[in-house]
Design a protein around this ligand. Structure first.
Ligand code: GSH
Length: 256
């Protein structure tokens, strides 16, 4: 295992971003990224589920990068982040001065421009489609309802969305049931190897079980969640996020 990724003091200025590129250019692959030695920067927080999704991919291949911590209250880091991505969501990867957003796209970017021994997207386009389908499943039907339940709990009582939360809980139950069936006899979410779909699954199932517990009957989902927790890349992300557990709005359980 390589040493931990270099961590940057959040207050340091970022001098090498070209913030005046058009959005279209930001999203185009750079012709120079392949052989680049310039370090990548990830704007993230260790406790964020979507950031963990990308951290897992980086750790799987021991990809060097600089972690730019977005701590609450750090206005300078927040301003840098907003200049890169006005929608203010994390993670944001900066590679060769270009911002890459959306966790799945960041992982696609890593697989394309910084490949390692663990292929995050299979080369075979048919297999890749199955991986992307499962990635969408985890984001849309596990992560999204989990986030809804968590974010609703920090709203003022008069702004709570009871119906939305009830629908999210229902969606999670249906998604757990579907996944339990899908995971029977499978080690990883799509195919025989660990890939993008598992990067998405790990933090999604981790936090979803905290927000709306996975029923005991769904033994294949529980077994898969345990396999994910045992994977060194995710286990490292979970350990790095441990100090922030008191921030979990619903109260973190005393377990992983
Ligand atoms: N679709 C985005 C979702 C990213 C996202 O929701 N990130 C959360 C942290 S896990 C965030 O930035 N929350 C801040 C906010 O909602 O203001 C992705 O896949 O990267």
């Amino acid at each position: 295992m390589r040493p931990a990724a270099q961590r940057r003091d959040v207050g340091q200025p970022v001098v090498d971003f070209d913030l005046f590129q058009t959005t279209k250019e930001w999203l185009l692959p750079s012709s120079t990224t392949k052989e680049s030695n310039m370090s990548m920067k990830l704007y993230a927080h260790p406790f964020s589920s979507y950031c963990q999704k990308v951290l897992i991919a980086l750790y799987e291949n021991h990809t060097p990068f600089e972690f730019c911590m977005l701590a609450p209250g750090d206005e300078r880091a927040a301003a840098e982040h907003e200049a890169l991505w006005p929608l203010k969501r994390i993670p944001v990867l900066v590679d060769e001065g270009r911002a890459v957003v959306e966790a799945s796209i960041i992982i696609e970017h890593l697989d394309l421009h910084h490949p390692g021994p663990v292929r995050l997207i299979p080369e075979d386009p048919r297999a890749a489609l199955g991986v992307r389908m499962m990635d969408r499943f985890f984001d849309n039907y596990i992560m999204t309802p989990m986030q809804k339940i968590v974010s609703d709990s920090i709203r003022a009582a008069e702004h709570r969305d009871r119906q939305g939360v009830a629908e999210s809980r229902e969606m999670l139950d249906t998604a757990y049931r579907w996944l339990d069936d899908a995971m029977k006899g499978r080690e990883w979410a799509a195919g025989d190897t660990f890939n993008l779909a598992d990067c998405a699954a790990a933090p999604a199932l981790f936090y979803a079980d905290w927000a709306h517990s996975i029923g005991k009957a769904f033994s294949s989902v529980h077994a898969y969640r345990r396999r994910l927790l045992a994977r060194p890349s995710f286990s490292r992300a979970v350990d790095e996020a441990r100090p922030y557990r008191p921030l979990f709005p619903l109260g973190a359980p005393d377990r992983d």
